[in-house]
Write a protein that binds this ligand. Structure first.
Ligand code: UDP
Length: 238
């Protein structure tokens, strides 16, 4: 499969055309942003870690019955994926209070939630990705009721699968953000990435943060945290 023209450059990835119109190639960068692009930096080799981990999780989820956009890993940073139109929603699941949830509701970070929660943000950088409810989503035509039901069902399943998988490596899945897309025949599939950029991963014993919060909050040890996740899950060290 030949890498063609660049279609799009996002904050963490570039997307290229290929010689198959139904297939795109993603190329993961080391660029890191936070707070809607206000904070910028690089995390050395993040692109490699996020590409490899995302593909590992996508394969594992496929084996567990979740359709994804994943096709094939081409190199450390490049992956072939199905071309989809992204549903412009950030789908967020929380098992433990943290981040914007803790702030909004005045709940201490680290408090276990009685049941996993699901929330949506409207993917729109100009508006700062505002929280949006299901009525708003349907009224604005961002997704239909039927599509939202599929998205929600997949999302809770993904949470169960990932949470149970990660705990074996001593990793607590605090919360995460995923995105879904529609293939040309209308099938809804999991798209984008699942990585320390998009999930909160805490060490299950010490509750040490092993994710992008170390970058967001200037905690130091960012690269080491990403490599720690890579080592525990894929058995690979720097
Ligand atoms: N998240 C993300 N992209 C975003 C916003 C959030 O990947 O643009 C992830 C984030 O890493 C965390 C979860 O979604 O795992 C919940 O984030 P939260 O709403 O607490 O926002 P934050 O505190 O990161 O601003």
């Amino acid at each position: 499969m030949k890498k063609g023209a660049q279609l799009y450059e996002g904050k963490a990835k570039k997307v290229f055309l290929t010689d198959d119109p139904e297939v795109l190639m993603v190329d993961y960068k080391d660029d890191a942003t936070a707070f809607n692009g206000e904070k910028k930096g690089t995390i050395a080799e993040k692109g490699i870690i996020n590409n490899r981990l995302t593909n590992h999780f996508m394969k594992m989820l496929e084996e567990n019955g979740i359709p994804t956009h994943y096709i094939e890993e081409i190199s450390d940073r490049e992956t072939l994926v199905k071309k989809v139109s992204i549903i412009p929603l950030e789908v967020i699941v929380r098992n433990i209070a943290a981040g914007s949830f803790s702030k909004r509701y005045g709940v201490e970070e680290g408090k276990s939630l009685l049941s996993p929660t699901l929330e949506f943000s409207y993917k729109n950088d100009d508006l700062g990705d505002p929280l949006i409810n299901e009525y708003h989503i349907i009224a604005l035509g961002l997704a239909t009721r039927e599509e939202l039901d599929i998205v929600s069902e997949y999302t809770f399943k993904i949470n169960d699968i990932l949470k149970n998988y990660l705990i074996k490596f001593g990793i607590e899945l605090v919360d995460f953000k995923i995105e879904f897309g529609k293939t040309s025949d209308g099938t809804i599939v999991l798209a984008d990435e699942i990585s320390p950029d998009t999930c909160r991963f805490w060490d299950s014993k010490t509750h040490e943060k092993l994710d992008k919060d170390r970058f967001r909050r200037d905690m130091g040890g960012v690269e080491d945290a990403y490599w720690e996740i890579m080592k525990r899950i894929l058995g690979e060290s720097k």
